[in-house]
Ligand binder design. Structure first.
Ligand SMILES: Cc1ncc(COP(=O)(O)O)c(C=O)c1O
Length: 373
């Protein structure tokens, strides 16, 4: 028990949520700028209603045996919203499983190019990439011009079946990748009949100022993987793919998963899409981005950071020093704000709140990191 209690990042036991606030078991409130699943904050009435109504009707019946409306409707909507032609959807329970299933398929056909430092999960194939381990059929290139050079060589010399990227590398320390780099890599993949995959597990559902992060960057992938937020807080992941270039049912594991399209999680996903659209949340995030960037720049010195990087509502303050980042996180915690660290050495303070907060909450979170108030 003592061991278990030392595991989580924050030394608190959370009991309930109220909008962007978490309340611990002693009644202390924390503004949450740390989590990545609950894009609507906690307890959005419309979302809770959708979950309760579906749970009362049918919590889950596996889509391996019979269809259900929430799952059919969510897959139709995701297919259309991604803009992927001939789109089909395969649901999983997590983002890692979605990436794993797609990589399984791509590696059956040839080699895969991934970005060095990317996070795609910690299962079999995904952990080779996430942990930077060598695999003869998985080639990891650095993001940027040197990576493009390496990709061109790989396409000349190897049989590459797919390329997988994040558009903003969160675990690598909040590194937004340039449009030109991503587009060139996508074009290289297309010129060589390889499948171009964007992992939207973290960045999807409006967090970078468009429903899917690639949509504001002006290109379209052949497949996207989803997870984290798409189940409105319930476990749900998925792949939306162009069935003209990817045939997932023929992948080694097929798409079989008993809980993959959990009925209640799909109902929550539909409600989430309704709310994002009705409240125009991605657009609101996009509009606030310049002011957030400005506020962060203004506070670099008092926080002890040297650079602010991000898009939409995912920002990192690079301190260059894990000790400085950790101290900032601890100051924020004492002041009732939850933020966490990212980057290979945990040297970057990450600010990633639910998308319902306003500039007032951003100001509060940023000033909670300051060395003096
Ligand atoms: C970009 C990205 N891909 C995949 C995953 C794995 O998703 P999950 O934790 O749902 O398995 C994560 C998790 O942090 C992620 O950030």
């Amino acid at each position: 028990m003592a061991q278990q209690e030392s595991l989580p990042f924050f030394p608190i036991i959370v009991e309930r949520g109220e909008g962007p606030y978490l309340v611990d078991e002693h009644g202390r409130r924390y503004l949450d700028f740390a989590e990545s699943i609950n894009v609507l904050g906690f307890g959005h009435p419309q979302l809770i209603r959708a979950i309760s109504t579906q749970a009362a009707r049918l919590v889950h019946y596996t889509s391996m045996l019979a269809w259900n409306r929430p799952c059919l409707s969510l897959s139709k909507r995701l297919a259309s919203l991604t803009g992927i032609p001939r789109a089909r959807v395969a649901f999983t329970s997590t983002g890692s499983e979605a990436n794993e299933l797609l990589l399984d398929h791509l590696l059956e056909k040839g080699d895969v190019i991934a970005l060095r430092g990317a996070y795609h999960g910690l299962l079999t194939w995904t952990s080779f990439i996430t942990l930077g381990r060598e695999h003869p059929n998985i080639h990891q290139i650095p993001p940027g011009p040197a990576g493009l050079h390496e990709a061109r060589r790989l396409f000349r010399e190897e049989n590459i079946s797919g390329v997988i990227v994040e558009t903003l590398m969160v675990h690598a320390g909040i590194v937004p990748l340039g449009e030109d780099f991503l587009r060139e890599l996508r074009d290289l993949a297309h010129d060589n009949a390889a499948v171009f995959v964007v992992d939207e597990v973290y960045t999807g559902m409006g967090k970078t100022g468009s429903l899917f992060s690639y949509q504001r960057l002006g290109f379209r992938p052949d497949a996207v993987t989803l997870g984290k937020s798409i189940g409105g807080g319930l476990p749900l992941g998925g792949i939306v793919y162009d069935s003209g270039v990817v045939e997932l049912t023929r992948a080694p594991g097929g798409t079989s998963t008993s809980q993959g399209a959990n009925t209640t999680a799909c109902a929550a996903g539909n409600a989430l899409l309704d709310i994002l659209e009705e409240e125009q949340i991605p657009n609101r995030v996009l509009e606030m981005e310049p002011e957030i960037g400005r506020l962060l720049e203004e506070h670099l010195d008092v926080i002890g950071a040297r650079e602010a990087r991000g898009r939409g509502f995912i920002w990192g303050l690079d301190t260059g020093d894990p000790g400085v980042a950790r101290a900032a996180v601890e100051r924020a915690l004492e002041r009732g704000v939850l933020v966490s660290t990212m980057g290979h050495r945990d040297e970057v303070v990450r600010l990633a709140p639910p998308l319902v907060v306003g500039l007032e909450e951003w100001r509060k979170a940023i000033s909670s990191l300051a060395r003096h108030t």
